[in-house]
Design a protein around this ligand. Structure first.
Ligand code: SF4
Length: 359
C-alpha cells in the first residue's frame, strides 16, 4: 500500500530537513536521559540516529539543561528540538545554544514582551516553534467552554496559540494535538487538518509499554496516516526510545511512507514447517533493520506455497527437508544447505540493497 494523496501543508525547515509540504513523514523520538548529562544524552542520541531517528527532542526543565544544548548540538548529526514549558528565558537560552526547533506553547509564556522576545530570537535564527496541544492540559477557558477535553477544544487551543505567533508575523510553525485516547486524537488531527495548513506532528501520548503502546499508537496513528495526515511523528512508549523509532519505521513502511527501510515477509508457520522459522525470522529481521533500501525479504517455513505467495519479495528463503531454497521474485534461483542458508540470504540481501542504492 502506498499513500500518494498526502494533504499538502506549508513546508517548515528544521535543521537540514524540511517537514511538511511533501510525501514524507519524519521520525522523531525523545531522550530519556537528564539533558544536563551531556555524555549520556549524546550516547542515547547516537543510538537513536543509528536506529533511523531523524529528529530528536530533549527536555529542558532548568538552566543546567539549557546550558548543555551547545555541547549536545556539537556532537550529533540530526536536528535537535528543545522542549520547554512556560519559561521564556530557557527558550532564549536554547535558541542561542543552537536548537533547531523549540517546543513551547506561546499562550503559556506570559506577557507579550516575553513572547515577542522568543519569537524574535527564533526568527533571527530561522528556527520553527512547535505548538504542542495536549488533551490533558487544555487552557481553562477552553475546558470551561466544552466541559471536558474534546477534539474541537483541542483544535481551538491550537488556533489560539497559532494566532499569537501569526500576529507577530511568525509562520514557521508545527502543531501537535496529542491525546492518550485514540478516538479523541484521531478526531482532533482530522479536524485540525481541515483548518490548519502548518505541518502536523503526530503522537498518541502516554500510550503505554512496548507491546501495548505500540499497538495503541499504530491503531491511532495508522488511522490518521491513512487519511493522508501527518508530517512528522513520535511513537511515545514507556521503553527504550530506540524502540519508538523501530515501531515508527515499521508503521511508516506499512503505509509505503518509508523509502529507506527493508521489510520482512515471514509466514505464520503451520504443520508443514521444515525449518526453525521463528528464530530465523527474528535473526533476519534484526539483520535488515539497518538496511537503508526499501527491499522486501521473505522467510518461509516450507516450499509448498511459499515462494509463489511471497512473489513480491525481492529475495527470500523457503525451508525444504535439510536445505533451503533461495528465491527471487517468486522464482527459485538455487538450493543452499540448511546450515548456511541464513548466511546465504544475508549475502543476497546485501547484494540487492547495494544494487538498489547504486541505481
Ligand atoms: Fe505453512 Fe509453508 Fe505456508 Fe509457512 S510457507 S505457513 S510452513 S505452508
Amino acid at each position: 500500500m502506498v499513500l500518494t494523496h498526502r494533504k499538502k501543508t506549508r513546508p517548515v525547515k528544521v535543521g537540514n530537513l524540511v517537514i511538511g509540504g511533501k510525501d514524507q513523514v519524519i521520525i522523531q523520538s525523545m531522550t530519556t536521559t537528564k539533558t544536563h548529562d551531556v555524555e549520556a544524552t549524546v550516547a542515547e542520541i547516537k543510538r537513536l540516529e543509528e536506529a533511523g531517528c531523524q529528529v530528536v527532542r530533549v527536555a529542558c526543565p532548568d538552566d543546567r539543561a539549557a546550558d548543555a544544548i551547545p555541547q549536545i548540538k556539537a556532537q550529533i548529526n540530526i536536528p535537535l528540538v528543545v522542549d520547554i514549558h512556560f519559561n521564556y528565558k530557557l527558550a532564549l537560552k536554547a535558541i542561542e545554544g543552537g536548537a533547531d526547533k523549540i517546543r513551547i506553547n506561546p499562550g503559556n509564556i506570559g506577557k507579550r514582551d516575553k513572547v515577542e522576545a522568543v519569537v524574535n530570537a527564533a526568527k533571527a535564527k530561522g528556527i520553527p516553534i512547535r505548538i504542542g496541544v495536549n488533551a490533558g492540559s487544555l487552557e481553562r477557558h477552553i475546558l470551561e467552554k466544552y466541559g471536558y477535553p474534546t477534539a474541537d477544544g483541542m483544535v481551538e487551543s491550537a488556533l489560539h496559540h497559532i494566532k499569537i505567533l501569526e500576529d507577530l508575523e511568525f509562520h514557521d510553525i508545527i502543531v501537535s494535538l496529542k491525546a492518550s485516547d485514540v478516538g479523541l486524537a484521531i478526531d482532533a488531527y482530522r479536524k485540525a487538518a481541515e483548518v490548519i495548513d502548518y505541518p502536523l506532528h503526530l503522537g498518541i501520548t502516554e500510550s503505554g509499554t512496548l507491546f501495548a503502546g505500540s499497538i495503541k499508537s499504530a491503531a491511532g496513528m495508522g488511522a490518521i496516516l491513512s487519511m493522508g495526515i501527518g508530517n512528522t511523528m513520535r511513537i511515545s512508549l514507556s521503553a527504550d526510545p530506540v524502540e519508538e523509532v523501530k515501531v515508527a519505521r515499521e508503521l511508516l513502511k506499512t503505509f509505503g511512507l518509508a523509502s529507506d527501510a527493508a521489510t520482512l515477509i515471514s509466514c505464520p508457520t503451520c504443520g508443514r514447517i521444515e525449518i526453525d522459522l521463528i528464530a530465523i525470522a527474528n535473526e533476519v529481521e534484526e539483520y535488515i533493520s539497518t538496511v537503508k533500501a526499501p527491499i522486501k525479504v521473505a522467510v518461509l517455513g516450507c516450499a509448498v506455497n511459499g515462494p509463489g505467495e511471497a512473489r513480491e519479495a525481492d529475495i527470500g528463503i523457503a525451508g525444504a527437508r535439510g536445505e533451503g531454497l533461495l528465491f527471487r521474485h517468486g522464482e527459485i534461483i538455487r538450493k543452499v544447505p540448511e546450515e548456511t542458508m541464513v548466511e546465504e540470504l544475508k549475502k543476497e540481501v546485501d547484494k540487492i540493497a547495494a544494487e538498489y542504492l547504486a541505481a
